[in-house]
Write a protein that binds this ligand. Structure first.
Ligand SMILES: [Ca+2]
Ligand SMILES: [Ca+2]
Length: 437
């Protein structure tokens, strides 16, 4: 999951009395849900007219563009904030405008792929991210997505039709009208949730493309976002091989949804990079992994040296999410450039790594480079928000280093962004360096 909380922290939270009710959520009447009686279900032999197979839909094409994470949720819980909204998203009167400000931040920084991290919030006492993200929200917060976000996407997609806006949501679900989950690994089957008239006790649901109930709930949970411009769905904790509710593992369900006509044009991705098997001493990823996009936190790739090493960046999209640099293992711009050079897709949080991202990538249409030029920090090649002798040292080191396998960017010494490293870059760097003093 995209959280810095170690597992022990989650255990402590679970051990505490559950004080935070979802009463403020339950007070909302669930609006009429989209009719999901006619959704496609994977290989539904009982209903061949609404069945599909892995052969349906467009083949997966990896996307190498970096992703910016915009997070309305950051687990800043309080008695009045049971869903853990970040500060700027808490006020019902301004949440829509504030969301647009963050989307603009990502756009202005050069990102053309954006993922909203848990746009429905998550109850503090939940150890899992639920898939429900819309219907139980207050009207103003729903409108932040169905009006403000929709208008923003329409405006920006008119400028760049390739703009991707995605959701990072859970693989587990209960009724779409409640953020409560039931299950074996959390305490959300508490009195608070049982009191929620929408909550279905005892139902442990996981994403399962072959089960009608899951297909219907997945459709109802994601449809309001897709109808308002969202074209990517990232499912949290999707690597489980377990087969607890249906016939498909979650990683196979991720791949299957990519072929579901109900999600035509929508990219379906999973977290984390799933396990594979060792065959004759060789690491063999599940075939589904090679045909769908996957992401995991940076530390996953550091801690599990097998992860990612066998994936072909030409056919597989593996994202590396860079969060707080002070969380072990730490990283810097060299690490980010190294992952870039190995074919990974970089995921970035603004407060932690937008600046580094802008210097190791120049953008499909130079959006990242242009943003750095606008900011006037062209000589800050190491992205530490200062122009000093360390930038000179890094520049001199990088300008004589071999060309990266992707287009060279500012970090690589291509200061004038003509994809060539030569003496002209020295002139550009010196000019930028001097003007910054
Ligand atoms: Ca610097
Ligand atoms: Ca150059």
């Amino acid at each position: 999951m995209f959280t810095d909380s170690p597992r022990v922290g989650a255990m402590i939270v679970r051990a505490l009395p559950v004080l935070l009710a979802c009463a403020s959520v339950q007070a909302q009447n669930c609006p009429p849900l989209p009719d999901a009686s006619d959704v496609f279900v994977f290989e539904d032999h009982a209903n061949p007219g609404k069945s599909y197979t892995m052969d349906a839909g467009a083949p997966f094409v990896p996307d190498r563009r970096p992703v910016a994470v915009v997070a309305p949720f950051n687990a800043s819980y309080s008695e009045t904030n049971p869903l853990g909204w970040v500060g700027w998203f808490r006020d019902l009167d301004t949440c829509g405008e504030e969301l647009v400000i963050r989307l603009d931040d990502a756009w202005d920084a050069g990102f053309r792929r954006i993922a909203l991290n848990r746009p429905g919030g998550v109850l503090q006492n939940s150890d899992q991210v639920q898939m429900s993200m819309f219907w139980y929200l207050e009207q103003q917060r729903r409108q932040a997505y169905s009006v403000h976000m929709r208008d923003w996407i329409n405006e920006k997609r008119a400028i760049d039709p390739d703009l991707e806006v995605g959701l990072f949501i859970g693989t587990r679900h209960n009724s779409p009208c409640t953020p409560c989950l039931d299950g074996d690994a959390d305490l959300t089957s508490t009195t608070d949730c049982i009191d929620d008239p929408n909550f279905i006790p005892g139902w442990q649901g996981r994403l399962d493309a072959a089960t009608r109930r899951s297909a219907e709930w997945t459709y109802q949970n994601t449809r309001p976002f897709i109808n308002n411009g969202v074209d990517a769905l990232w499912f949290d904790s999707a690597s489980l091989r377990g087969n607890t509710t249906g016939v498909m593992s979650m990683r196979d369900s991720i791949l299957a949804l990519q072929h579901n006509p109900d999600y035509a044009g929508v990219l379906i991705g999973g977290e984390a990079v799933p396990e594979g098997v060792i065959v004759n001493g060789q690491w063999e990823p599940n075939p589904a992994v090679l045909r769908a996009p996957w992401i995991a936190l940076h530390r996953f790739f550091i801690q599990d040296s097998r992860a990612g090493e066998v994936y072909d960046p030409e056919t597989t999209e593996i994202g590396v999410a860079f969060m707080k640099p002070d969380v072990t293992p730490t990283y810097g711009i060299r690490d980010m450039a190294d992952f870039r050079d190995r074919g990974y897709v970089l995921w970035s949080w603004r407060a932690f790594s937008f600046d580094m991202m802008q210097r190791v990538c120049d953008g499909e249409n130079n959006e990242f480079y242009d943003a750095v030029v606008r900011d006037g920090m062209l000589a800050d090649v190491n992205a530490d928000e200062a122009v000093d002798i360390r930038d000179l040292e890094d520049f001199l080191t990088q300008v004589v280093s071999p060309m990266p396998p992707v287009r060279p960017a500012i970090w690589d010494g291509d200061i004038n962004n003509d994809d060539i490293k030569d003496f002209a870059d020295v002139i550009y760097f010196v000019q930028a360096f001097v003007s910054a003093q």
